[in-house]
Design a protein around this ligand. Structure first.
Ligand SMILES: O=P(O)(O)OC[C@H]1O[C@H](OP(=O)(O)OP(=O)(O)O)[C@H](O)[C@@H]1O
Length: 293
């Protein structure tokens, strides 16, 4: 099987890295926007019988999804044997239940939509703590891999005597998996969410780790309020300014600036979503998760 790689806009760097690591051709695809905002996908170099891979991280999913689906179908019409999706960040997985009557269960709807257009999907650390697998989110051919080795590798080299802190109980398994990889202690806080931008974080007793440098570790930074409340809590305990490390940096509401103003040692995320904090490279882990060819 010969695989070829396409990048949706903004994903060229990661697509190039995957193409390089797996010795695949990166072929051109463009997205034109008409003045009224409608998009037009154009496959400049057709896949001609190859297995196609599209790289498209799905932050800001509402504007990205329709062009992505059109690209997938166009590649198939132009002769791709199969079409796979590498979406390092997969949207809509936080809404995995009808929390209030009448709400859409977005994860299932979105999962089924992607599954209709793609033969397989790979993502990194989906917000899956309430789900057993991507299949449960409606993605039968979905594969989820963990960024833990990349996070642990980055932290091991840069933070002396770290104390990893997960902001809520649901972060425990993967905070502990990063901690185990770097032989560092880990604790988790208790979080209560009252609204999109209102949370309460209760830190545990940290007096067992004097001299340690706190590292707040989360899967997603969106509005940043989870981390802002955690930073406040650490300050109240007399801890040094923490590192804020996350897999997916979405940074809604000017969150990055707010975190910096709140006082951090640094804010670092993976390149699942490109941006100035995206200093932890996932291309090696993602390349290893692609199908054999
Ligand atoms: O930057 P923020 O706007 O605070 O959002 C990020 C937080 O939200 C998510 O958890 P969430 O509170 O949704 O938990 P749940 O999905 O486990 O209920 C995620 O795991 C982060 O902790």
């Amino acid at each position: 099987m010969r695989h070829v790689v396409y990048a949706m806009p903004g994903n060229q760097e990661l697509a190039d890295a995957l193409a390089h690591r797996r010795r695949m051709a990166r072929l051109a695809l463009e997205l034109h926007r008409f003045p009224d905002g409608e998009g037009l996908v154009r496959v400049e170099e057709p896949p001609v019988g190859a297995e196609a891979i599209i790289v498209c991280t799905l932050d800001r999913p509402d504007e990205k999804t329709l062009p992505l689906l059109m690209a997938a179908d166009t590649l198939r019409e132009l002769g791709a044997g199969s079409v796979g999706l590498v979406a390092p960040y997969l949207a809509y997985l936080r809404q995995d239940a009808r929390f209030r009557p009448g709400e859409a269960v977005s994860s299932g709807i979105f999962g089924r939509l992607l599954a209709e257009h793609f033969d397989w999907q790979v993502t990194i650390d989906p917000h899956l703590h309430r789900l057993r697998s991507l299949t449960e989110a409606g993605m039968p051919q979905g594969r989820a891999i963990s960024a833990a080795p990349a996070l642990a590798g980055w932290l091991r080299e840069r933070v002396e005597l770290p104390l990893l802190i997960g902001p809520d109980e649901e972060s425990a398994p993967w905070v502990e998996s990063v901690a185990a990889l770097m032989s560092a202690p880990a604790v988790v806080a208790t979080k209560r969410r009252f609204g999109d931008r209102k949370v309460q974080v209760q830190l545990p007793d940290l007096s067992n780790w004097p001299g340690h440098n706190p590292v707040l570790l989360d899967d997603i930074i969106s509005s940043g309020h989870t981390l802002l409340k955690s930073i406040e809590g650490l300050r109240a305990l007399g801890m040094p300014a923490p590192w804020c490390v996350a897999v997916h940096g979405l940074f809604a509401d000017n969150a990055l600036e707010r975190l910096r103003v709140a006082g951090v040692a640094g804010v670092v995320t993976t390149n699942s979503v490109p941006g100035e904090t995206a200093r932890i490279d996932l291309s090696e882990l993602l390349a290893a998760a692609l199908p054999e060819h």
